[in-house]
Design a protein around this ligand. Structure first.
Ligand code: HEM
Ligand SMILES: [Cu+2]
Length: 585
């Protein structure tokens, strides 16, 4: 299937090439049309991949350490490495990767460059400075000579305390992302003044709804850090209420998972159908899904606090119910994305109930990686439902099941989608043809197999009661009873899976480095950025869907209902005082 696929540049030359007067063909890829935006995307992706490389190395160290296969660090440094892994991957790799994807999507779908280079420099610089401070403070924990550390894990709430610079760094990373969002909105406003009556282009709609959700939800963590953790770590206040800081963190901690996921959805809805050889099934359904995430993502945070005392179970129950409602947009996504892929496959000659699957371009790294990440996400959705159930949550709470779950979601649905789409996007933002295509084609499968082994074994380990976040899960005096197989076998699977994942990460980074350095500038790219119109387009979408003010208002009301009274309970006795004394009086 090397020729004739809609992603081959030759088949879409009218989009990506223009004839010049002297009869030569001039390339019009993303980088040629929007050089400023392309540069921002390159910077963001570059930093994101760097964080990914270091984070993946830490992941390997942990996986081998926990399973007792290879120990190159003392167990006392485990939390430093684990914090580095969580922060570099779940916060830095994601935020920069998303900033790059959004800058590309907003620019491509609006058809104009970002508005202000000062604002761009400001948000990039703020995010980079924040990352350097946070990562630097974490890594300082490895060196006894440096009097700073931040072994507080990526869920940085009290009572664990970090050096103030870590919190300042985290705050700057978030403020930088706010400024990036401001830049996307200004770009949209410029487009709007030239197109007063047009529907918001789909990719921009997705970028803006996601950013609105991000603004609403990051307020929680911003208050946690600025009002409580920074003054506390500086010694300006003597104590904080751990329950309050946890609640403010989780107010942000659930929506952040949709901040990771929605950019992946953006790719699944807009790029995957095209890579499958078809078109998006329904623009209206896609808009409904993003609106549902905007209104439902935040009033669910208590589902991370089922075991916390001091929050009445009724509120936890409300959070559980809202969480189950959130299944709806994900199931809608499953339907729409699979229908679009099937349409593409049938366009390419696929037949039969399932036979059409064979007509999909599984040998193309971008398609294969995105499709595989979708399959893994479905499995992650199932284990997520167990997490969300108030009663069965107690079975797996704080066990290895939990990292088993989110390595399928953020660790694959997001991470593998970003890697895979990079095989398609990086040529378009660098102007260089993808290098080492054989390795690229194999890479998504290596990640997939590694993750099947590691995640499945983590889930099973969790059911057996093996805790997460510990360097010494063997608890010498204690033996875990396994339901099937043995704990030793679970460990080996985690070690092998983790090693394969690390190899997959290296393969990806090698392909990116080769493309960036060895690819010739101005080459013919083999891919094109053309995205076909959906089968059911924006005109079929009710106009009310584009009324973002309405959806933000509804989101705020739901948040007030879910959080108002419990937060009041926590602060009524004094903002800095724990709700109940840590020891009986
Ligand atoms: C090379 C691939 C990877 C390997 C080998 C790996 C391995 C691990 C292991 C073994 C743990 C559990 C440690 C423990 O609880 O004691 C863990 C935790 C974690 N991983 Fe990964 N991981 C990888 C990739 C990723 C990716 C791509 C992401 C996100 C984008 C991610 C996010 C996390 C987070 C957030 C935690 C929890 C940290 C905490 O408990 O504070 N990992 N990882
Ligand atoms: Cu959650």
């Amino acid at each position: 299937m090397a020729t004739g696929h809609p992603d081959d540049t030759a088949t879409r030359s009218e989009e990506e090439y223009v004839e010049t007067d002297d009869g030569t063909r001039r390339r019009r890829a993303f980088v040629d049309r929007y050089p400023d935006a392309a540069q921002i995307v390159r910077i963001c992706l570059g930093i994101s991949f760097l964080a990914f490389g270091v984070g993946a190395l830490f992941g390997l160290i942990q996986a081998l350490h926990r399973t007792n296969v290879l120990r190159i660090i003392p167990s006392s440094d485990y939390y430093t490495i684990l914090t580095g892994h969580g922060v570099l991957l779940a916060l830095v790799f994601t935020t920069f990767g998303i900033a790059g994807l959004f800058q590309w999507a907003n620019t491509r779908s609006l058809g104009i460059e970002p508005p202000s280079s000062t604002l761009t420099t400001a948000w990039l610089a703020t995010m980079v400075l924040g990352t350097l401070l946070a990562a630097g403070t974490i890594l300082a924990g490895l060196f006894d000579a440096i009097p700073a550390s931040a072994d507080v894990l990526f869920t940085f709430y009290a009572p664990l305390k970090a050096h103030p610079l870590f919190y300042v760094g985290a705050a700057l990373l978030i403020v930088g992302s706010w400024l990036a969002g401001a830049s996307y909105f200004l770009q949209f406003r410029e487009w709007r003044s030239a197109n007063p009556d047009s529907r918001i282009p789909l990719q921009t709609f997705m970028v803006l709804t996601t950013m609105l959700m991000w603004y609403i939800s990051t307020i929680g963590v911003a208050i946690e850090v600025v009002v409580f953790l920074i003054p506390w770590s500086l010694g300006l206040i003597q104590q904080v209420d751990p329950l309050l800081t946890r609640t403010l963190f989780w107010y942000f901690g659930h929506p952040v998972v949709y901040f990771w996921l929605l950019p992946a959805y953006l790719i699944w809805y807009t790029v995957l159908p095209k890579l499958s050889g078809g078109r998006l099934f329904s623009d209206p359904l896609a808009r409904v899904v993003f609106v549902l995430f905007l209104i439902l993502s935040t009033p669910v945070g208590f589902h991370h606090q089922y075991t916390d005392p001091g929050i009445a179970s009724g509120y936890k129950f409300v959070a559980m119910t809202n969480t189950m409602f959130l299944l709806l947009p994900s199931l809608l996504t499953l339907f729409t994305v699979v229908a679009s892929m099937e349409h593409g496959a049938r366009q390419r000659g696929g037949t039969g109930y399932f036979g059409w699957l064979k007509a999909l371009p599984w040998e193309k790294p971008a398609f294969a990686g995105i499709a595989l990440s979708g399959i893994m996400f479905a499995a992650g959705g199932f284990s997520g439902m167990i997490n969300a159930g108030m009663n069965i949550n107690y079975l797996i709470h704080n066990t290895l099941w939990v990292p088993g779950h989110f390595h399928l979601t953020v660790g694959t649905a997001f991470a593998l989608t970003l890697m895979a789409v990079s095989y398609w996007l990086v040529p378009q933002v660098t102007g260089k043809r993808l290098q080492w295509r054989g390795m690229a084609s194999l890479q998504p499968y290596v990640w997939f197999v590694g993750m099947v082994l590691m995640s499945n074994a983590m889930h099973r380990g969790g059911l057996a009661g093996i805790p997460r976040r510990t360097a010494e899960p063997q608890y010498d005096q204690f033996s875990f009873a396994a339901v099937v197989g043995s704990v030793a076998e679970i460990r080996i699977q985690i070690a092998i899976g983790g090693t394969l994942l690390f190899v997959g990460a290296l393969m990806f980074l090698a392909v990116m480095l080769a493309t960036w350095t060895l690819g010739k500038p101005n080459s013919q790219l083999r891919v094109n950025g053309f995205i076909p119109e959906p089968m059911s387009g924006a005109d079929d979408s009710p106009r009310v869907l584009d009324n973002m003010k309405l959806w933000v208002a509804i989101a705020l009301v739901l948040i007030a209902l879910a959080y108002g009274l419990p937060l009041y309970d926590m602060v009524a006795d004094g903002v800095f005082l724990p709700g109940s004394p840590p020891v009986p009086a």
